[in-house]
Design a binder for this molecule. Structure first.
Ligand SMILES: [Fe+2]
Length: 306
């Protein structure tokens, strides 16, 4: 696993209130306000409890669905036509009792070639002991089925990368890995979190990558889509948005935690020649609730257009 980047180290040590880039984003996004002032969440907590919706929201959060997704590209090598990736993102698992058992149930039944953990293992921005213990248990089960790759999200300090690395997960923190199958190659490119820690470094992540190979970007947030397209990325898997987590009955998300077009907040999307998929995530943060936006584990099948 590559070492922590200098910028991420500074942000982790000093807090990103010292970054002028972040101060601008802090003003722009109410989500940042909640990240820094968790007591503000008491208000919506009271709201849902007074309406008698708290328990229903918790049940929704634990009702994890396995989404069968096809990502289609004409650049996909023949040997990877039908290659399956179990993509699980946004665990926030420390205080979410019962979630791990739901994930185990789906993992046991799903058939896939590799698994990727898309980041956000912690509930807040602390590396809490419950999250470490639960992610170690999950890693042990996943590694019994396939190779497992991992990323860091905007809730994860670098310590979590070390925990998962020691557990046997191949952490792609501005790094890449090539998968070979029947003489064809596919390159996984993992970019560190841009949303909060600004640890992303495409030059480092793509060092040594053969430009002719099929390039699958693994990135916690969809916010790198323009840079990814400029770098010739063929397919982009991400999460981070939770699909809005608490949505209106028509699925509209009042809170948008990513600076991207709305079509990239959840589900499949396309930008120029690059295909992408944004998972709604498996857990929840801020409030341990979901409405009109089910928790998700994504079973991605790569398909080649003829
Ligand atoms: Fe998240």
């Amino acid at each position: 696993m590559k070492a922590i980047s200098k910028h991420r180290e500074i942000v982790e040590q000093q807090g990103h209130r010292y970054s002028s880039r972040h101060r601008w984003q802090f003003r722009r996004s109410g989500e940042r306000l909640v990240e820094h002032l968790p007591w503000l969440l008491k208000l919506p907590e009271c709201f849902f409890k007074c309406l008698g919706l708290w328990q229903a929201g918790r049940r929704n959060m634990l009702d994890v669905q396995l989404e069968d997704i096809e990502l289609v590209s004409k650049r996909l090598p023949d040997a990877f036509d039908g290659f399956r990736i179990l993509w699980i993102s946004d665990f926030h698992i420390g205080p979410l009792d019962g979630l791990l058992e739901k994930v185990f149930g789906h993992v046991e039944q799903a058939e896939y070639d590799i698994c990727v953990l898309g980041g956000d293992y912690c509930f807040w921005h602390r590396t809490d002991d419950d999250a470490i213990e639960r992610m170690k248990r999950l890693a042990a089960v996943l590694l019994g089925k396939s190779d497992v790759y991992g990323l860091l999200g905007n809730h994860d300090r670098y310590a979590m990368a070390e925990v998962l690395d020691q557990a046997g997960v191949r952490m792609l923190v501005n790094d890449n890995a090539m998968i070979e199958k029947a003489g064809d190659n596919l390159t996984l490119i993992g970019v560190d979190d841009h949303h909060y820690f600004y640890g992303d470094d495409f030059d480092e992540a793509m060092a040594g990558v053969d430009p002719k190979t099929f390039k699958l970007l693994l990135c916690h947030s969809p916010e790198q889509y323009i840079k990814a397209a400029q770098r010739g990325i063929d397919a982009y898997l991400c999460g981070h948005t939770h699909g809005g987590q608490i949505c209106l009955p028509n699925g509209f998300a009042p809170v948008n935690s990513a600076s991207v077009p709305r079509k990239m907040l959840k589900g499949p999307w396309q930008y120029q020649a690059m295909v992408g998929y944004t998972s709604r995530g498996v857990g929840a943060t801020g409030l341990p609730l979901r409405f009109n936006c089910p928790s998700e584990i994504s079973l991605i099948t790569l398909k080649k257009t003829r």
